[in-house]
Design a protein around this ligand. Sequence first.
Ligand code: PMP
Length: 400
Amino acid sequence: MPPLALRLASVEAPATIAMSVRARALRAQGHDVISLALGEPDFDTPAHAMDAAHGAALAGQTKYPPIDGTPALKQAVRAKFARENGLDFADNEIIVGNGAKQLLFNALMATIDPGSEVVIPTPYWASYPLTVELLGGTPVFAPCLEADGFRLRPEALDAAITPRTRWVILNFPNNPTGAISTRADLESLAAVLERHPDVWILCDEIYEQLNFTAEPHASLAAVAPSLRDRILTLTGVSKTYAMTGWRIGFAGGPAALIRGMSVIQSNATSGASPITQAAAVAALNGDQTIVSVMRDTYRRRRDLVIDALRAIPSLSCAVPEGAFYVYPNVSGLIGRTSPGGRLLATDDDVAMALLEETFVATVPGSAFGLSPYLRLSVASSDEALAQACARFDTFCGGCR
Ligand code: PMP
């Protein structure tokens, strides 16, 4: 076989996807698998967004779109940033892509040189370090501890920044911990970032609408205007409108960076489908009821799962303040033997034993850079969550 690129040697597909693949295989064998592995809303896309896509296709919006987004979606995104985030952007400060994930890739590819470092707080969304490595950069980790509610402390951020730092990536509400960032937290992080003027700042706010606290979500670019010319604010329709499969993300930031991202995008995928962009316009401009319905549902399910997990003696679990994950600490299981006789040396072992023995798919904390934990998505039905927790309880009870 001809060789594959050297860069692939150190990069694998995210473990979230690996667990889902294994879960699917077990399901295909006839097992009753409950998958809490993927970060995917279990709601339907709003009907008005689907109608808009249908209408766009029938109206002939089936040709190549502009690289950086249709005028209608850019306008809707600008209105959204102004309305929800207190951020005013011009058209050349906005880019639309095939999901926030592609925009992350574009931004890093447009800026990372060999030797560039990217500061990533742990635990993290696995795509951050994987993408940095794919592009020849070096991830540098800043730990967020359970004892601090998984919030990033300014000292930990400061300690991770070096003269080679090209980016700092912030993600609130956080995947996988659900930690949020208050305005005061952002102000203290901004004070550190102000001392490092050569560093780009990526604010991944894809879960911005899933904030369960009384204080609304705050964007760093609005809290710290002095940093605005270095901040890329990244979000999309995947989580807010249950539109993961439509592949629409968008970002607002300085025109020069947006232009660089657009050059990458023009060479990789061109613009996102105009049909799905029309759906995103309808979602952003239309009735927002579904957003609060989903938020309330995830909050209720979080409570249901937290109560069930906290009743299991081997586990402890912080209460997430946003997103749709819980991140229980499984250190009480490490070193023990599963009911099926597997040694549980790591959280990978716990996740695999739980899947193979009880058919509950989760993702080990190792995939997010902080062990020993599991990530469970609460974007599943109440029945599935209750059943999964009951199986987890039986599993823990049977560990020796
Ligand atoms: N950022 C984070 C933190 C995520 O968890 C995800 C989805 N898992 C994304 C970005 C990507 O979202 P999109 O579907 O828009 O690519």
